[in-house]
Design a protein around this ligand. Structure first.
Ligand SMILES: [Zn+2]
Length: 338
């Protein structure tokens, strides 16, 4: 089968690999309908994460079940399925508490930019649709596998409530999805921090009421100005750098909350500052599985269209160009079709 492999920073190749097989009786193998390139894949592509050996890459997927292991009960061959980037049993105490990405049996689902994928713990990980979705829904359904679920978690973790004010730090696909989430959860005012015209437009289309182009201390000052000098009720941190985290904490009002979903790279939080800020922090790898049934309904019902974050669609064989376009910020997010 054709599969995307990262060999070294900047070196993405599509190669012939052997098709995945059922290894455990709880596995499923799915035929990928669509996959995509994640902002977090760029950490490897840019050499910020080490690439020690050639590694199949990608962790977002929708597809049709080809085969299931002997112990899989609910998921059946032929079903159109979506799953998270972490496999989870959906039955352990952490899963039952809604934190499937801390499942006691979690396994990363990697190598998804490929024609076929092995998904462990299929019954717990995958959610099947009734029938095959209309083609027009596929990009939006694909976002539920990570970015839209992650943006949703950022808003939930930041405790966005009806009538509240939310700030979204980061204008990548997760940040833009966070704007959708904040709107759906009832935020009255949504301040998107972005300085790219095309992303500002999409943020506005998704429900942002204000755009702040300034960054760092100037960005914080602008948010304070827009919120009567107090700061926002909820801030969604969707980048993962020291600057974005500091900006998020300082843009939040006392008693407000930061939801942080950008994978932190060299981020330190100042204990003294946090103590005196009265700001609550919750983050981590989004338990996307928790939100899948609800988000699938919102997509199929036409309430949300997060698939608009894909501004580039390529055949799988052109994955390398998809990475380049995102690295150079020519594209927000690349969809890949096997
Ligand atoms: Zn679990």
């Amino acid at each position: 089968m054709r599969a995307t492999v990262i060999h070294a920073p900047g070196d993405i190749r599509v190669e012939n690999l052997s098709e995945p097989k059922i290894l455990a009786p709880t596995d499923a193998v799915i035929r990928t309908v669509a996959a995509c390139v994640c902002g977090s894949d760029l950490w490897d592509y840019r050499g910020i994460n080490e690439v020690a050996r050639p590694t199949p890459i990608g962790h977002e997927y929708v597809g049709v079940v080809e085969e299931t292991g002997a112990q899989v009960r609910d998921i059946k061959p032929g079903q159109f399925v979506i799953g998270s980037f972490f496999a989870s049993d959906n039955t352990c105490p952490n899963c039952r508490a809604g934190y499937q990405t801390s499942c006691l049996h979690r396994e990363f689902v990697g190598g998804c930019q490929a024609e076929y994928i092995r998904v462990p713990l299929a019954d717990g990980t995958l959610v099947a649709l009734d029938g095959q979705p209309d083609e027009k829904f596929v990009p939006s359904l694909l976002t539920l596998s990570d970015v839209m679920g992650t943006g949703w978690y950022a808003a939930v973790a930041a405790e966005v409530k009806p009538g509240s004010t939310a700030v979204v730090v980061g204008d990548g696909a997760v940040g833009l999805s966070g704007v959708i989430a904040a709107r759906e959860l009832g935020a009255e005012r949504i301040i998107a921090m972005s300085r790219h015209a095309s992303r500002q437009r999409l943020a506005t289309e998704f429900g942002a009421t204000d755009i702040v182009a300034e960054r760092g201390e100037a960005g914080v000052a602008r948010v304070r100005e827009l919120t009567g000098g107090i700061g926002a009720d909820s801030v969604l941190e969707c980048v993962g750098t020291q600057e974005s985290m500091r900006q998020a904490v300082r843009a939040t009002r006392p008693g407000g909350n930061v939801g942080f979903v950008g994978v932190p790279h060299d981020v330190a939080v100042d204990g003294q500052e946090l103590f005196f800020s009265h700001v609550g922090l919750r983050g981590g790898p989004a338990p996307v599985r928790r939100f899948l049934p609800d988000l699938i309904e919102r997509v199929l019902g036409g309430r949300i269209e997060p698939g608009k974050v894909f501004d580039l669609a390529l055949p799988l064989d052109e994955a390398a160009e998809g990475y380049r376009a995102m690295d150079e910020r020519r594209a927000i997010k690349t969809l890949l079709r096997p």
